[in-house]
Design a protein around this ligand. Structure first.
Ligand code: PGA
Length: 261
């Protein structure tokens, strides 16, 4: 079966409302010929402007985080229903910057995932190991733990409405990308783990994106791997020109073609 291919941009804490609208106005016509789904995770303040500017383009605008409660006395937090109210269609949850800089545990991320399911806002769940964990041979253990804790209690049907992103912490914002071999091997391991816990059908349907220093020069090869269903792009999504290159990049399996040479 062919899974949906997604190219997602994560602007992090960059761009004003005006910047966002200007970006979208030049981005939309430039990606007319795309063959993938396009997601843009923008700052909260830019969601409304960006989603209005994207109207009719098929681009999904979303948020980078949300609270786990429906509403309440949580100063400075934002609820899923508020995100939907301004046009967000998806939300990134458990990004490594949230886990590392804001102390978010997988148990907390799990409550957010459940809230997103309740609010019917598509959850893009991120997992990834640190360099120390990779060097200590703890990749499988770390990722399985993050996954089982973040997805605890979810049914196969619920999981099939989500997107997973593998973002090795050592590759996020560092300029170091996982090689296509390492990324493919890890994605395959994640998919096998999903199959063991939620069944083969769910594992086959779930898009798994790779994130961490994706650039125009490595996007095609990464997306050419069997278990990589798209990319989650931070820094390189901030410039329209660079992100257009990534959105228009076609998957290319150079490893397989090299073997056949
Ligand atoms: P990067 O960020 O592309 O700048 O490494 C990826 C991400 O954090 O989603």
């Amino acid at each position: 079966m062919t899974r949906r291919r997604i190219v997602a941009g994560n602007w992090k804490m960059y761009k004003t409302v005006r910047d966002s609208i200007e970006y979208v106005e030049s981005f939309v016509p430039a990606i007319d010929q795309r063959t993938c789904d396009v997601y843009l995770a923008v700052p909260y303040t830019a969601i409304q402007g960006a989603s209005e500017a994207c109207r009719g383009s098929g681009i999904c605008v979303g948020a980078q985080n949300m609270n786990d409660c429906q509403e309440g006395a949580f100063t400075g937090e934002i609820a899923g229903q508020m995100l939907k109210d301004v046009g967000a269609e998806f939300v990134i949850l458990g990004h490594s910057e949230r886990r590392l800089f804001f102390g978010e545990s997988s148990a907390f991320v799990n409550r957010k995932v459940r809230r997103a399911l309740e609010e019917k806002i598509e959850a893009v769940l991120c997992v990834g190991e640190t360099l120390e964990q990779r060097e200590a041979g703890l990749v499988a253990e770390t990722l399985k733990q993050q996954l089982s804790e973040s997805l605890e209690g979810l049914s196969a049907e619920e999981l099939q409405t989500m997107v997973l992103a593998y973002e090795p912490v050592w590759a996020v914002g560092t300029g170091k990308t996982a090689t296509p071999e390492i990324a493919q091997e890890t994605h395959q391991m994640l998919r096998n783990f999903i199959a063991e816990q939620w069944g083969a059908e769910t594992a086959e349907k779930l898009p798994i994106l790779y994130g961490g220093s994706v650039k125009p020069g490595n996007a095609s090869v990464l997306m050419g791997q069997a278990d990589i269903d798209g990319v989650l792009v931070g820094g390189a999504s901030l410039s329209v020109e660079t992100f257009v290159h990534i959105v228009l990049a076609e998957p290319e399996d150079v490893l397989a073609s090299a073997e056949h040479d």
